[in-house]
Design a protein. Sequence first.
Length: 296
Amino acid sequence: MPDLADLRDRIAQLAAGYSRPRRIDGLTVFSATRTTVPLGNVTEPVMALVAQGAKRSVLGGQVFDYAAGQFLIVTVDLPLTSHIAAASADEPFLACSLPLDPRIVAQLLLESRLPSRMAPDGPALSTSDANPELIDAVARLLRLAGTPDDQRILGPAVKREIHWRLLTGPQGGLVRQVGLADSRVALAARAIAWIKEHYDEVIRIEDLAAEVNLSISSLNRHFRAATSMSPLQYQKQLRLQRARVRLLANPVDVAGAGHAVGYASASQFTREYRRLFGVSPGRDAARLQSVHVSPE
């Protein structure tokens, strides 16, 4: 696929010399010559396109694999555990990502008058093959990198085109949820924003429902549909993922990491950490340190 070859070349050129993801005018490019161990992070609404290699993301028990020529769509902040599944020195992992902009999606929906589509079943993320039009638009956006005037004048139009390709593509029903104020994604996003601000506190579901102006049953229904978990399960995953990042920086302070994310009981923290990651906090931190994994 010629367009994919061009995309690989553009990403490799822009990411050369950078050991971490490089951000250019809102776009992120990344290259890696080896696979990585699974790490958790809250992934914000984004389109991530793989040009070479493969990656795996897990939400709860659901696995999402995407490889060269495929993209991942995430339409609400989700606690994903991800790792690079295919990479080598000869064929490095090459990928780029672009945040989804609700304002652009809403504007395109108003201007285009696209026919109504039912919200798809399942959580607020999915993977698909990228069509040539999407790959071409992303490659053109990458070509603008390094030329500030071109980025400033032409970049917004190309980003808008990318959103349009996503909106009219195989995941259009999911993407349109980003631009609808009353969609399940928008409703779940309001609850998620509040949880992220109060993740280290005791959260009562009644208080959360009142904050987002929903009944408890509606909150649970919309939240579970978008995230495949309850609000309290989301909070727990967020706590444990942030504790894991703290342990990478200070692997000997297990109790401190648990306390910092809201656990009053060290034994409860250790028990729930082991349940999610399959190993105790101390052993997990030592293992990650041994393979020199960066938390970013």
